[in-house]
Design a protein around this ligand. Structure first.
Ligand code: TYC
Length: 102
């Protein structure tokens, strides 16, 4: 909120103190066993990417060892990691998904 004193000087209050929440990258890690097609489907379904973008991200992970799927507030990033890991384990794949502060 802005406040004015008698001379009309504008004083900044709360909004000058409120920092945006920290954001977290959600990363997929490469492994030798999870099928490429499974990874592409995960990126499409959990990170709302189209098939072409998902394929590019998967290939980057495959080549570089890790790759970013999205950046989210902490609770959303944490939930995505949990959902991806549960989905992968249920399918019997060792896919790893982690979050780190952006
Ligand atoms: N390296 C895997 C393969 O050759 C594919 C893969 C890509 C696995 C990305 C995990 O996060 C991953 N089948």
């Amino acid at each position: 909120t802005k406040h004015e004193n008698d001379g009309g000087t504008v004083l900044e209050r709360q909004e000058a103190k409120l920092k945006p929440p920290p954001m977290y990258q959600v990363l997929l890690l490469n492994d030798d066993y999870t099928p490429m097609e499974f990874v592409v489907a995960v990126i499409q379904e959990y990170f709302n990417k189209d098939r072409e973008t998902a394929t590019q991200i998967m290939l980057k992970v495959h080549r570089d060892g890790k790759g970013m799927c999205g950046v989210y507030p902490k609770d959303i990033a944490s939930t995505k990691v949990e959902l991806v890991l549960t989905h992968a384990r249920k399918a019997g794949h060792p896919l790893q998904c982690v979050m780190e502060e952006a």
